[in-house]
Design a protein around this ligand. Structure first.
Ligand code: NAD
Length: 489
């Protein structure tokens, strides 16, 4: 039986022995050269359910060479042909939606409802880029009647596509779809913490009969596998999503390879600004969703809420009662991804206690969780502006709430952070939406909404949240080289 059938069988037969993943290179599932593996845990139970190969530099080399060989043919395919493969992949994920969603939930700890949304978004990634390619535009200019110039693009080559653990399938496909449609080939490496849906995706790609070597998937950690991949001389570009420290390491590791395209989507510590002209009920619902969706494990989550002083008390009261009613652990709130991450979140809560912060919801979770990594939504106030809790990304179900006085004060607090990924602005005042929105140092500003996405808009962060933008034609810039041709008129 194929990998999808095996994954289904595993679910229905409740097998005791862990699943064993294999790399996918040149359209073949193969075991890595080293017998070493990484245990993958089910965050809801704390038990090992899967073994991830720890691929070595020679496995990575094998995959890169397969991608390099495939590039010669793939780059020559017509846009329509490449587009058709993407459509097939989209259709196959759609067909297996529930299987993907259930595994994503087991692997990451998120609820199945949340996982379904992300599987649907993965389908959209492929269908969006499959149509975008046929509407590609190229700019043509005439220089004083002397020369005609136009831009010509060609695919850059083999790409390393590296993704984190919080939205595994969605974020990996956000890279794979544009990479392939713009004519590049790839070696993708999902997070070692959540590799399962990338394994299922490999089977989908096999069934879609994507030409051999166009997409290869290797599994493994950052230090061995990821590092070998980004440093490989035949890798012409890297599209990376993950933590800021890793992004910096990748920049260092590739500093000598000036030719490598680099797109880095990194961490956030995003502010939500609540002005006193809002409809309080709506503002509370939006701020709560931005804080606690996917247990706060979305890079775009609003973990620092600033509320205009005039409505601070009423907002806080309504927010805590809304969250305790609507965001229950085991209901809308899943388990956090790993024991290591649980301990990291816990350490910030211990710090909050030490610093005499006030817990309105949530408490310090037990040090040794017995069955799964569950953390209650936590609402903190009275945390100092310069506390590490305010400065660093916790990436869990933890939010701080603090007051601000006036627009300037709000902007200052919002920007008082080394990161600049996303933000939420809640106000009814149309002029303020622009006045404040245009001064927030963040790549994304959501006004009276959160997580609304159109796949053509530029996505990415300012400051320590990364370099480069992805989405629509911005992804084209990542994956292609542009040359300008000058023709005498
Ligand atoms: P991480 O940086 O630890 O790991 C991300 C990926 O990089 C993994 O696949 C890992 O194996 C790999 N990696 C680690 N070290 C490497 C190295 N030296 N060379 C090459 N690859 C290496 O991040 P994480 O803990 O998996 O994910 C959480 C982080 O991701 C958070 O900071 C979050 O904000 C960020 N994130 C950002 C976005 C965005 O779009 N900006 C989206 C989702 C998550």
């Amino acid at each position: 039986c194929n990998t999808l059938e095996k994954a289904h069988f595993y679910l229905t037969h409740n097998k005791d022995s862990p699943l064993k993943l294999q790399n996918y290179i040149s359209n073949t599932f193969i075991s890595p050269t080293s017998p070493n593996h990484i245990d993958s845990f089910n965050p809801k139970t704390g038990t090992v359910y899967c073994h991830i190969p720890l691929s070595s530099a020679s496995d990575v080399d094998h995959a890169v060479l397969a991608a390099e060989t495939a590039f010669k043919g793939w780059r020559k395919r017509t846009r329509a042909e490449r587009s058709k493969y993407l459509q097939k992949i989209a259709a196959l994920i759609q067909e297996n939606r529930e299987l993907f969603a259930v595994w994503e939930s087991i692997d990451q700890g998120k609820t199945v409802e949340r996982a379904r949304v992300e599987v649907d978004r993965a389908v959209s990634n492929f269908s969006y880029f499959s149509t975008l390619i046929s509407h590609e535009e190229s700019s043509v200019r005439m220089i004083d009647g002397v020369a005609l110039t136009y831009e010509h693009r060609s695919p850059a080559g083999v790409f390393a596509l590296i993704s984190p653990w919080n939205m595994p399938l969605y974020l990996l496909t956000w890279k794979i779809a544009p990479c392939l449609v713009f004519g590049c080939t790839a070696v993708a490496k999902p997070s070692e913490v959540t590799s399962m849906t990338a394994f299922l995706l490999a089977e989908v790609v096999r069934q879609a009969e994507l030409p051999s070597g166009v997409l290869n998937i290797v599994f493994g950690d950052g230090a061995t596998t990821g590092s070998a991949l980004v440093k490989h001389p035949k890798v012409k570009g890297i599209s990376f999503t993950g933590g800021t420290a890793t992004g910096i390491q990748i920049r260092k590791d590739t500093a000598g390879d000036v030719y490598k395209h680099l797109s880095l989507e990194l961490g956030g510590k995003n502010p939500t600004l609540v002005f006193d002209d809002v409809d309080l009920e709506k503002a509370v619902a939006t701020a709560a969703m931005a804080a606690f969706e996917n247990q706060g494990e979305i890079c775009l989550c609003g973990s620092r809420i600033y509320v205009q002083s005039t409505i601070f008390d009423s907002f806080l009261k309504m927010f805590t009662s809304y969250v305790s009613e609507n965001y229950k652990v085991g209901g809308k709130v899943g388990a956090v991804v790993s024991l290591q991450h649980y301990q990291k979140i816990r350490s910030y809560l211990l710090l909050a206690e030490q610093e005499k912060g006030k817990f309105h919801l949530g408490s310090i979770p037990e040090e040794h969780p017995k069955a799964g990594y569950w953390i209650e939504p936590t609402v903190l106030t009275e945390i100092a502006t310069d506390s590490r809790i305010m400065k660093e990304e916790i990436f869990g179900p933890v939010v701080t709430i603090a007051p601000f006085w006036g627009e300037e004060g709000a902007i200052e607090l919002a920007n008082d952070n080394p990161n600049g990924l996303a933000s939420v602005l809640l106000t009814k005042d149309g002029a303020r939406m622009r006045r404040v929105g245009e001064r927030i140092e963040a790549g994304l500003v959501w006004v009276n909404c959160w997580l609304v996405r159109e796949l053509g808009t530029p996505f990415g962060g300012m400051k320590n949240s990364g370099v480069g933008r992805e989405g629509g034609s911005y992804s084209r810039d990542v994956f292609t080289n542009v040359r300008t041709l000058h023709l005498p008129s």
